[in-house]
Design a protein around this ligand. Structure first.
Ligand SMILES: *Cc1c(COP(=O)(O)O)cnc(C)c1O
Length: 422
């Protein structure tokens, strides 16, 4: 029987330590692991036996977290990485090569947009940006060199709820994997794999850890994509020279992508999560559902208060009936529209800068998904590399601030906003 979310977030991936009986997952602060003998070492290096070799590849503390995130997302396997951005590169690495492209949503975390435009160019990869509110436009942008479709679930910066089932249908008809960045919804509010996504990426830096202590990321694989069907994914379907001609998909089936990501991705790119970071994230993830319920409740209250305030031009939050995305949010994200939204101020750019400077309880930081409430003026920070038109398209115009509502008492947050606005 599969267990419920509240059980999995505490127990999945964790077993009493075989050496000591320790109930909590120990921090295995070690670089290497002693081989039983030369044959054991050779079997591990050949992927004939699963075990620990070196912590750039696998580590028991990091592995417990990967298994927990995979369980919460309903995936076959997961790999943890050093950051969310590392997770994005890790997710694409097995699929991409020079001359190939992805179709990406225009609504993305600012740093992701920069990665997809600047870094991709140096690899010879391309991202074609499309408004994902129009699934036909996504379908039309696909060409013979497209290898993936990429979007966020509750998309930055305004928490716009992507219609994942509609986009998954386009991906499936094109025989392409859909990759969903589920950072701001978390598996508590959204299960992309259940809606047809192939891969899920996370910045575990945000809600999964939940307390602003460590950076990290994860790539979760559904285990259901047929990597051999089209000949478009040779890394997974063709012989891998470094492992004696092993064909990952043929040999490992639903675990092919996860094993490839560890055995080739982490081995060669080295974007490994460290065991201390995994520990902090394991601590945080135990209370994920409790925190997300409170984030959603608080965001709803504060968005309603702001919308009724005469100093406010508008509030973009799919939890509000005034939002054009309200019905979609209720249908696709029934547990809530998340803890992030944007507010446009009547006073424009100057009013935004003054607001962030005068707030006392809200922290002015470039982060989201903390228990603490956070605010940022995207136009002058996270989205400043973008042109004004790109900022508008991304929902980060000059007169807009983004709020990440924490789990404090909502009355205190409202009092802080009220004093700073006046
Ligand atoms: C923060 C964030 C990232 C990048 O993650 P890091 O851990 O900062 O590298 C990617 N996507 C989304 C939606 C994010 O919020």
């Amino acid at each position: 029987m599969t267990q419920g979310f509240d059980t999995l977030q505490i127990h999945a991936g964790a077993h009493p330590d075989p050496a000591t009986g320790a109930r909590q997952v120990p921090i295995y602060q070690t670089t290497a692991y002693v081989f039983r003998d030369a044959d054991h070492a050779a079997a591990l290096f050949n992927l004939q036996e699963v075990g620990y070799i070196y912590s750039r590849l696998t580590n028991p503390t990091v592995g417990a977290l990967a298994d927990r995130i995979a369980a919460l997302e309903g995936g076959a396997g997961a790999v943890c990485t050093s950051s969310g951005h590392a997770a994005q590169l890790m997710a694409l690495y097995p699929l991409m090569g020079p001359g190939l492209n992805i179709i990406a949503s225009t609504r993305l975390y600012g740093g992701t947009y920069t990665q997809f435009t600047q870094v991709f160019k140096r690899f010879g990869w391309e991202a074609k940006f499309v408004d994902f509110d129009d699934p036909q436009a996504v379908a039309d942008a696909i060409d013979d060199n497209t290898r993936a479709i990429f979007c966020e679930s509750l998309a930055n910066p305004a928490g716009v709820p992507t219609d994942i089932p509609a986009i998954a249908k386009v991906a499936s008809e094109a025989g392409l994997p859909l990759i969903v960045d589920n950072t701001s919804a978390t598996p508590y509010l959204c299960n992309p794999i259940a809606m047809g996504a192939t891969l899920v990426v996370h910045s575990t830096t945000k809600y999964l850890t939940g307390n602003g202590t460590v950076t990290g990321g994860a790539v979760v694989d559904s285990g259901t994509f047929d990597w051999s069907a089209s000949g478009k994914f040779p890394s997974l379907s063709e012989p891998e020279p470094a492992y004696h001609g092993l064909k990952f998909h043929e040999a490992l089936g639903g675990m092919a992508y996860t094993f490839y990501s560890i055995a080739v991705g982490l081995r060669d790119l080295g974007m490994t999560m460290n065991p201390q970071a995994a520990h902090y994230t394991l601590m945080g993830i135990e209370t994920l559902s409790l925190r997300m319920q409170k984030h959603v409740q608080n965001a709803q209250k504060i968005a309603e208060w702001l919308e009724a305030d005469p100093r406010v031009e508008s509030v973009s939050y799919a939890g509000l009936p005034s939002s054009p995305y309200h019905d979609r949010a209720k249908a696709v994200y029934p547990k809530g529209a998340g803890g992030l939204f944007t507010v446009a101020l009547k006073g424009g750019y100057d009013a935004c800068v003054s607001l962030v400077d005068k707030l006392e309880l809200f922290s002015h930081v470039a982060n989201l998904g903390d228990t603490r409430s956070l605010i940022i003026h995207s136009a002058s920070t996270t989205h400043r590399q973008l042109s004004p038109e790109q900022r508008e398209a991304a929902g980060a115009g000059d007169n807009v601030v983004r709020l990440s509502i924490g789990t404090e008492d909502p009355a205190d947050l409202i009092a802080d906003l009220d004093q700073a606005l006046s």
